[in-house]
Design a binder for this molecule. Structure first.
Ligand code: IPD
Ligand code: CA
Ligand code: CA
Length: 286
């Protein structure tokens, strides 16, 4: 297969990005049409880990649309994987050999969706040999489509996105999440929150990791961190942040990769300070 570095090969004539955009937009509109009318609500890994028939329907729709254009590609979707951190890590490892791997969260922010809190999204990323080359996050509540292509920038409503300019934590608006893993990840994240809240301008916890990352990319948040996320929560959002001039690492400062579960993302300028404070919080919290 002819392939130039970083230039996606398009077997069907339709570009990867166009398919990601169309798919996320279609799934997002469908999800929005189901708001307030889901009929099943099940618990997955913990009482806070929810799934509805709309999550499953969205993933089925996304899989069909992607495979129509790229039948040989692989897809890692949240609802196709057993719940829990071990199963997620195993699924990612099993699929890591795929040349083209789509990474899908059919609804990121299911708790918000269930309660009618309009902060949920569809997240679709495409990785080529393990490296994310396309990332799309679609927020149907505001009709905002965040798009990034590796090496080509990130866009919202056709305009390039740029991370915010805060240079100090005291001037920064951060976001985090309350992970569904109540035993391991939640207490660690709470320690970070307790430690950071007095040191920053404020912290938002709105319930969608992918949308928080998109907001970092758009300059609406200075940074975001969360312990215990999965590749489908972060793959598209991480590329959005990187392509908007920001930085995404694990808690040690290693660059983003799909296997990272603990993530710190920011405008880049505050990254070292953020990591330093999170390290201090983990030491105190343990
Ligand atoms: C969750 C959301 C939430 C984050 C959790 C995720 P889901 O994803 O991103 O903001 O705090 O850790 O699991 O379950 O709504 O797809
Ligand atoms: Ca998610
Ligand atoms: Ca989800």
């Amino acid at each position: 297969m002819a392939h130039q570095e970083n230039i996606p090969f398009t077997p069907s004539g339709k570009s990867f990005t166009a398919v990601a955009i169309n798919t996320a937009a279609k799934a997002g509109e469908w999800i929005k049409s189901k708001l307030g009318s889901h009929t099943t609500l099940s618990l997955k890994y913990s009482p806070q880990d929810l799934v509805t028939e709309v999550d499953k329907g969205s993933e089925t729709m996304i899989r069909k649309l992607i495979l129509t254009h790229f039948p040989t590609h692989s897809i890692l979707g949240e609802e196709g994987v057993e719940p829990g951190p071990e199963a997620s890590a195993k699924a990612l490892t099993e699929m890591s050999g795929a040349e083209y791997l789509w990474i899908v969260d059919p609804i990121d922010g299911t708790t918000n969706f269930v309660h009618g809190f309009p902060f949920y999204t569809v997240s679709i990323a495409l990785a080529y040999k393990g490296e994310v080359i396309v990332g799309v996050v679609y927020d149907p509540s505001r009709d905002e489509l965040f798009v990034a292509e590796k090496g080509k920038g990130a866009y919202l409503r056709g305009k390039p996105m740029k991370v915010s300019g805060e240079a100090k934590l005291t001037d920064s608006l951060l976001a985090t999440g309350f992970p569904a893993d109540r035993e391991g990840a939640l207490p660690l994240n709470m320690a970070g929150l307790q430690h950071l809240a007095p040191k920053v301008r404020n912290v938002r916890i709105a319930g969608s990791a992918a949308l928080h990352l998109a907001y970092v990319a758009a300059g609406r948040l200075s940074g975001f961190w969360e312990i215990g996320l999965n590749s489908w929560d972060t793959a598209a959002g991480a590329l959005l942040v990187q392509e908007s001039g920001g930085q995404v690492t694990d808690m040690e400062g290693n660059p983003y990769s799909l296997s990272i579960r603990d993530i710190a993302a920011s405008n880049g300028t505050i990254q070292q300070d953020l990591l330093q404070e999170l390290k201090a919080a983990a030491t105190i919290g343990s």
